[in-house]
Design a protein around this ligand. Sequence first.
Ligand SMILES: NC(=O)c1ccc[n+]([C@@H]2O[C@H](COP(=O)([O-])OP(=O)(O)OC[C@H]3O[C@@H](n4cnc5c(N)ncnc54)[C@H](O)[C@@H]3O)[C@@H](O)[C@H]2O)c1
Length: 348
Amino acid sequence: MEEKKVIRAAIIGSGQIARTSHIPAYRSMENVEIVAVSDANEAAAQRLAEDFDIPAYYQDSTRMLREVKPDVVSICVPNKFHYPLTIEALNAGCHVFCEKPPAMNPKEALEMWQLAERNGLLLTYDFHFRHGRNTAIAKEKIDKGDLGTVYYTKASWVRRRGIPGWGCFTNREMQGGGPLIDIGAHMLDLACYLLDYPEIAYVCAGSFDKIGKTGRKGIMGEWNPDKYSVEDSLFGFISFTDGRVMQLETAFALNIKEKDKRNVELCGEKSGLSLFPLESYQGEEMSNTSYPFIEEMELHTKALYNFIKAVRGEEKLLATAEQGYYVQRLIDALYRSAESGEPVMLEE
Ligand SMILES: NC(=O)c1ccc[n+]([C@@H]2O[C@H](COP(=O)([O-])OP(=O)(O)OC[C@H]3O[C@@H](n4cnc5c(N)ncnc54)[C@H](O)[C@@H]3O)[C@@H](O)[C@H]2O)c1
């Protein structure tokens, strides 16, 4: 059998997600070599390179791209830098796997998508829940028409006290926002994928920062309330041009019963379905079908497998840059509505 070409991978950003997801995933693939890592904080890059026996580390990612000439690049930095570093990697001729969210705003996400297209390169985002078997089964059922028209969807990821205590997730300037752009984005992405990206008419939203600025400790560590500059919850309503609607709730901190709960619930004229866990509902007696299964691979790993297989031409990308742009437009509109207190109309 013909040996597959070795794909040379480099990573920009040597923090938590690079260490726990990207490196183990690349390492578990045959014929993928991690050739270098970089980080604005050189010590972080050095530590990561030493811990995983990676041959080169850099502080300057431009230099790394020039000297190492990787085939693929993972972008694992705060949201503010997704755009410039993705553009740089695409201009260096690399396929890019960028962490989610795509960018800080739709203009950036659009340029990233357009440049990838122009350069004939792949660009995907780590919306890893897309790769779950629950999502695949749900998508098949919806596309087959088992639910009928899905006219109401609820996307939700809320935590009682789950403000990340590391990185810059509470810093608006670095991340572009709080739970909406961080965790709500995942559920919005899933919901829109399952609905096949309906055209958006308008959105309304309200956001709050009542807890992040007063509390300091939760299930994801301690944060500094004096430097808390993002929303801690946001609630939105999305109306599509065909009349269907979606509700969104997302929170790092909210006084609710559960510590951490997420779901996408889809209600159709024939039946309803929820993703976490995957269940379907139907009829007056509420017959309930659950789908027990074991995920055979961690989802970030599945996302990176899909990326590498797409680079080899063996699969299509599941999360495309065009879809990333759609989700970014929605996030932006929800933030604009929350800020202005007015509905935001979306025009094509
Ligand atoms: N897909 C997911 O579910 C998921 C989960 C966690 C994090 N993330 C995303 O991953 C990204 C990184 O998060 P993290 O948890 O690893 O954060 P982190 O703070 O642990 O790591 C980020 C690293 O980037 C480095 N960095 C900052 N600016 C840089 C620049 N301009 N150039 C090079 N390096 C730079 C920092 O020094 C740090 O080491 C964020 O965009 C976050 O939203 C996604």
